[in-house]
Design a protein. Sequence first.
Lengths: 114, 504
Amino acid sequence: MEALIALIVGVLTACGVFLALRGQTFPVVLGLTFLSYAVNLFLFVMGRLAIGVPPVINAAAQGYTDPLPQALVLTAIVISFGMTAFVIVLALKARAELGNDHVDGLHSEEDAAR
Amino acid sequence: MNGLAMHLPILPVLLPLVAGIVLLVLRNAPLALQRGISLVATAALVPLAFALLATASDGTQLVYKLGNWEAPFGIVLVADRLAAWMLMATALVALFALLHALRGDDVKGRHFHVLYQLQLFGLNGAFLTGDLFNLFVFFEILLLASYGLLLHGGGRLRVKAGLHFVVINLIGSTLFLFAVGTLYGVNGTLNMADLAVRLARTVPENLALVETAGLLLFGVFALKAALLPLHLWLPAAYAHTSAPVAALFAIMTKVGAYSILRVTSLMFGADAGAVANLLADWLMPLALVTLVAGMLGAVAATALRQQIAYLVIASVGTLLAAFALDSVDGIAAGLYYLPHTTLAAAAIFLLADPIARARGERADRFEAGSAMPGAPVLGGLFFAAAIAMAGLPPLSGFLGKFMLLRAALESPWLAWLWSVVLVTGLIGVIALARSGSLLFYRTHSTSESLPAPHAADWLPAAGLLLFGLGMVIWAGPVSDYATATAAQLLHPQAYIDAVLGGRP
């Protein structure tokens, strides 16, 4: 299970980095989204993987799962959601202001195709 | 302690938040009312910061437990000397930048005052918090507000610079979360004092993980501080935004420098066992290279605001070189230099605005233009600001650099630090002298008539410079405070005891 989650985090990060390095704003936004998915999953498993145990300790419980990473992930999800919304609006504004969707706002068609 | 004094550490965080929300609700209210609320809320930060400075100056470390949850289970705010020092610098810069904004920059787009207050909320929170994840949250708050402020007023170049700024900072935030997650996974805590205790007891099999997380954190803070090679976002962003925002952003790079200082002194300091002095090999060379690159950029700049942006990068280099000395004198020199460089950079950003307007179409580009109206006043102020920025006597930049050079006498980096600081100082003087003579002397008379600058255009910048002068006149008490702050930072056990209440 740990290996599977680690693989997923790794693949998501790799995709995110690759897309974030592209020249158009849309892949960059997608890349940032992938990166935030990867980090949210990573934060979540930092409390260790546990199945069927309560988050709050009581006398009868055999063990417990750490509730704090879940709170952290919730915060991180909200923040990354807000940031994604903002960067999409900004990318649309850049597309409108600069006339193309290249991150450097290149002007000619050949430049934009690169 | 009575009621209000007990809640003193949280007031600089709450006040801008409440003011921001009130301003958002009153967004259709008359402009004068909005400006009044914003101005009162910002001005009130100065006495609050002063009260915290007075409380912290005897070595007290005020710990504010949010919701009265005991550390390390709850989030704490810690107002020690360093936090109070940073709050004071922020409050002063924010007040004068806002006074400049009231001249008309605040109506060029919507919600300027709301974003401004939220930016202050994030800045003050980042300086006060004693919790690593909370630091991340305050970073996000100040960044989101800064995105809005950066784009305030719109325009092609601003949107392009803004896009780069936003994307690189989002990636920085992701790396921050990876670092925080790794530290939590290994140590099971996010309270900085508790982390300091646990990091010192790192077992060998976790050492690589902890070092990775620590260096990742350093990378994120270096990005915020615009340390080479992570400085490329800064010049375009600062040069193309509006003057009051650029002036306020002078404190933003210092947030990164503050975080580096806080984390290295508390969590990776000399007492940190296996992870002690984690950044020692990295900080000094990177700081010196940043200083050189910033000054070369300042020489090559083609416009005044671009030049100041490069000087901001150079000042970060000087600042971190001082912190990298890792001695009481070195950190004290950095802490004296920090408010000086923030005030001077903010003043010169605020001056660039009336200068650019007085030059008509040429704005702040370095090319010969017509004689500008009000040149004696603007030129005089520019001269004073340039002296402060270049670190020449009699202004505070000279004292800061002098303290730095003196502190380096015992360091193995002596030769490198002296030669780099002195040579870049000379380059800075040349760059500023060139821009000053181009802007003010290489002029020809034309029939083009531009309005003379109003006194209110340059008074905020002059006010900031007066504070720089004050730092020279009261250099004794100010440097004593900086030295005491440095001593407090190098003995983190007091901080840990204050937060954890003396428990192991």
